[in-house]
Design a binder for this molecule. Structure first.
Ligand code: XMP
Length: 534
């Protein structure tokens, strides 16, 4: 077990992901935990080491420091960026503020033979010095080493870019090993957690199933659970896991708002009811949703209507299940597919206020309103881990590795007013696009274009354009194809799909979907565009 203390950097989560990728379990907690909390945590979790994250602030703007107990536990500590600066300051070194920031690519020279960096290099200088290609982002810097430390790394503009006190297992790096631009970053973090801390690489999803199942059984006992199944990765994996643990004590509620992809409702039912033999209640609410959306064109208003109705419909079903009937005594738990990034973000001590670009569809607050206890079996897991867990639970690969789909569904992919006819056209066009993405294999990587993109879909544009088909004139609708590549969905690049693929998709859509006579490709990145069109 490794503890990451979060000083508020944008990339703290990435530290945790890299550590987990080394198969070591770790958790992120705010930097201002108390000494008592930390001592108890270290004892209860067989703590092996601590990582202090970076911060968006300067040591001179904020007085965040690591709890004193960090230095009294006798455990290895790695400070990253601000984490290194606070380490230096707290242990008797010096940090100097600066008005200029060093930001981006840098080449760092390694010094001495530390356990952390020795032999780790991207290239060597003619004089034989080992060099690392790294990513830096800082203004302040350490200007005097604390007693007991020696120099571990430097750059021309940052003479102390790394420091080490190997007797105590304390290391500081001014650059960010957690971002992929730091080429040896993953290796560095692995060395720290496996080599220096001696943590065991035993965090694997295959082995986690039994533990997770036991935990759910323990928490739920003989009570009953409701889960809102959407067909997305998180709710599907949560459902499969809970079903494995408690079988028929789980009831899934699947609300079909009429804005799902082609055949999606049937596929979800076939999987969960047909194959897993789970209890699933399918609520066909498409008339209700489409009725309320009639005449509404404003994107935010559409989102609010869909989100609000979803909660109403789900609540009505949940109330029935809570009351119990026919051999079921009534549910007392509501299960949700909350995952670790949601937990860190909402609990983060440093979370900043942001403007609302789009009001996201979510069901926070439902358990209290319904008077149900909360069951969140995925709340310790990152998305990649949820997927691995899904595979370990025998869910089909295509379901587990599917692209994300927004809660409001096709409602935000039909621009302006949502109509059933539009949704039907869009579903068919979108299915063709996805089918072709899966069928086209990139020779260089051997992967399909579906796997090479992070999200891909079709958008319905309610405008008509003139075309010609055979001898006749057509006057039909337009669709846009959207395919993006991103690692965090905060920024995204449009995917450079092969022309042959675009050509095939376009000709199939126009030939097979009567009512669409023009296909366009969206070449906007995020920012300034967003991934969805509404
Ligand atoms: P944007 O369009 O904001 O989308 O660039 C970023 C990611 O979020 C997804 N998205 C949603 N997901 N409920 C969701 O669960 C929503 O209301 C919602 N709106 C957007 C979008 O598909 C993309 O992956």
């Amino acid at each position: 077990h490794i503890l990451i203390l979060d000083f508020g950097s944008q990339v703290t989560q990435l530290i945790a992901r890299r550590v987990r990728e080394a198969h070591v379990y770790c958790e992120v907690h705010p930097c201002d935990v108390s000494d008592d909390w930390l001592r108890a945590y270290a004892r209860d979790h067989a703590l092996k080491g601590i990582i202090l994250s970076g911060s968006h602030a300067s040591v001179y703007e904020v007085d965040d420091r690591a709890p004193d107990a960090v230095w009294a536990l006798g455990l290895p500590v790695l400070g990253i960026c601000y984490g290194m600066q606070t380490m230096a300051q707290q242990l008797g070194g010096q940090v100097q503020g600066s008005n200029s920031r060093e930001f981006g690519y840098a080449e760092v020279r390694a010094h001495g033979h530390t356990k952390l960096l020795d032999g780790l290099q991207d290239f060597a200088t003619p004089e034989g010095h080992g060099m690392l290609k790294v990513w830096m982002s800082h203004g302040d810097k350490v200007t005097a080493l604390p007693p007991g430390f020696r120099l571990m790394a430097s750059t021309p503009s940052c003479p102390i870019a790394g420091m080490a006190d190997e007797a105590r297992g304390y290391y500081g790096v001014q650059f960010h090993p957690e971002v992929t631009h730091t080429q040896q970053g993953k290796a560095l973090l692995e060395r720290f957690v496996l080599g220096i801390c001696g943590a065991r690489p035993d965090w694997i999803m295959q082995g986690h199933v039994e533990e997770a199942v036991a935990k759910i059984r323990d928490q739920v006992g003989d009570e009953e659970v409701i889960l809102g199944l959407s067909g997305g990765v998180d709710s599907s994996v949560a459902a499969a896991l809970i079903h494995r643990a408690i079988g028929d004590q789980l009831t899934c509620v699947f609300v079909d708002h009429g804005l799902l992809r082609l055949n999606e409702g049937d596929m979800v039912m076939a999987m969960f009811e047909g194959q897993l033999h789970a209890r699933v209640i399918r609520v066909d609410a498409s008339d209700l949703f489409l009725g309320q959306l009639a005449g509404v064109t404003d994107p935010e208003q559409k989102r609010k209507i869909i989100g609000g109705l979803f909660v109403d419909v789900f609540k009505a079903e949940a109330a029935k299940l809570k009351a119990g009937s026919g051999g079921h005594k009534g549910a007392t738990f509501l299960a949700q597919g909350t995952i670790y990034p949601d937990v860190i973000e909402s609990g983060g001590a440093k979370s900043k206020k942001a403007v609302t670009i789009k009001s996201h569809h979510n069901v926070g607050g439902l358990p209290e309103q319904l008077g149900l206890k909360l069951l969140e079996p995925l709340r310790d897991l990152f998305k990649d881990e949820v997927r691995e867990l899904g595979v370990a639970l025998d869910l089909p690969h295509d379901m587990v590795y599917r692209h994300p789909f927004p809660g409001p569904g096709l409602g935000v992919r039909i621009l302006g007013e949502v109509k059933k006819d539009y949704a039907d056209l869009l579903r068919r066009a979108d299915a063709i696009f996805i089918e072709e993405l899966r069928a086209h294999i990139d020779p260089a990587s051997g992967k399909s274009w579906y796997d090479l993109t992070s999200q891909a879909f079709t958008v319905f544009l309610p405008v008509k354009s003139v075309g010609v088909m055979g001898d006749g004139r057509t006057y039909d609708y337009v669709v846009a194809l959207r395919a993006v590549q991103t690692s965090d969905f905060m920024t995204a690049d449009w995917a450079e799909l092969p022309y042959a693929l675009l050509k095939k998709v376009s000709s199939r859509i126009i030939n097979e979907v009567r009512g669409i006579n023009r296909v366009t490709y969206d070449v906007s990145s995020k920012p300034p565009a967003t991934i969805e069109w509404e």
